[in-house]
Design a protein around this ligand. Structure first.
Ligand code: G3P
Ligand code: CA
Length: 307
């Protein structure tokens, strides 16, 4: 059985607000192999470790800067300077449809929040933790909406690469994967940086996985990051979970497979418990790594399975 890498999805965000320093420190201590960073930009060209281009669902921006919205009523990171965003408090995610906490049993919004983290802050934090523990935990940045950022007048990809280069992450052998949903972005990165930087092509559940697509990905990427539904194929006549053929098609092209997102408190339909999900993906599919909100649960499973 492959020993899958544990990629702490937004940190140990099942327990502390996503992308907070606390969530990253917790995931580190729980045994993550990589910490994930979603990256968006500010007006003054700083890089934030945040999932959304907007601030509304994870911070108190509406209370502090109520007039600074676009036509859709949302506050955009790229309309604020870092100094302003540092004034905000980041909390557990809200569901904008219901106005309630997205994952109700997670860290309570009323318990308070945490400051924003920049990509530079996070890289420094990982380096310092690696120094003090003697471990080598990697980083797993995602370039968020590169085309949208370009429309706003900001080249996010170039800025991310500059930051990674300054931190030495473009050198061969560093523990990093760079991920993106946008194929042209990853192709451009590959052309600029070469094969030393491992790239992961993210694939949404709606992507049509043709052979031509996989052949193309294999020309520039180290692996794929598919949604869970692209690997899990429902149930067979006996009621047993089925797998799609994506694993073997990726393997035959030499691609690693890092599916997302494993959440104990938001199981896909048809699963009774988290370990059932892990058994399917780790023991039967044999994935190379997995994005999880629950680093501790996957680390425990991996240890018990003897991988
Ligand atoms: O990056 C892997 C996974 O995180 C992609 O989904 O929306 O959580 O960034 P998202
Ligand atoms: Ca991500």
């Amino acid at each position: 059985m492959t020993r899958p890498l544990i990629i702490a999805h937004r940190g140990a965000c099942a327990y502390l607000p996503e992308h907070s320093r606390g969530a990253k420190a917790l995931a580190y201590g729980m045994g993550a192999d990589y910490l994930e960073q979603d990256i968006v930009a500010t007006r003054d060209g700083e890089l934030l470790v945040l999932h959304d281009e907007t601030l509304d669902d994870v911070s108190d921006v509406a209370d502090r800067f109520s007039g600074r919205v676009r036509d859709d009523g949302r506050h955009y990171c790229i309309d604020f300077d870092l100094a302003e965003i540092r004034m905000l408090t980041f909390r557990e995610r809200l569901d904008p449809e219901t106005g309630a906490q997205r994952f109700p049993d997670r860290y309570p919004r009323v318990a308070g929040g945490f400051p924003v983290v920049t990509l530079e802050d996070e890289i420094r934090f990982v380096a310092q933790m690696n120094r003090s523990t003697g471990r080598e935990v990697g980083i797993y940045p995602e370039i968020k909406s590169p085309a949208w950022h370009l429309e706003q007048g900001f080249d996010l990809t170039a800025a991310v690469l500059r930051t990674l280069e300054r931190a030495g992450y473009l050198a061969a052998g560093r523990k990093i994967f760079l991920q993106c949903f946008d194929p042209p972005t990853l192709k451009a990165v590959r052309a600029e940086v070469g094969p030393t930087l491992p790239l992961i092509q993210l694939l949404s559940s709606k992507t049509a996985i043709t052979d031509a697509l996989l052949d193309d990905i294999a020309t520039y990427a180290t692996g794929i990051g598919p949604a869970l539904a692209l690997i899990r194929g429902g149930r067979d006549a006996q009621g047993k979970h089925r797998l799609t053929d994506l694993m073997s098609r990726a393997r035959s092209r030499g691609l690693l497979v890092h599916p997302y997102t494993f959440r104990a408190d938001a199981l896909p339909d048809g699963f009774q418990c988290f370990d059932e999900l892990l058994e399917l993906f780790i023991e039967r599919a044999g994935v190379d790594g997995l994005f999880t909100d629950c680093t501790d649960r996957v680390a425990r499973y991996r240890a018990a399975a003897g991988t």
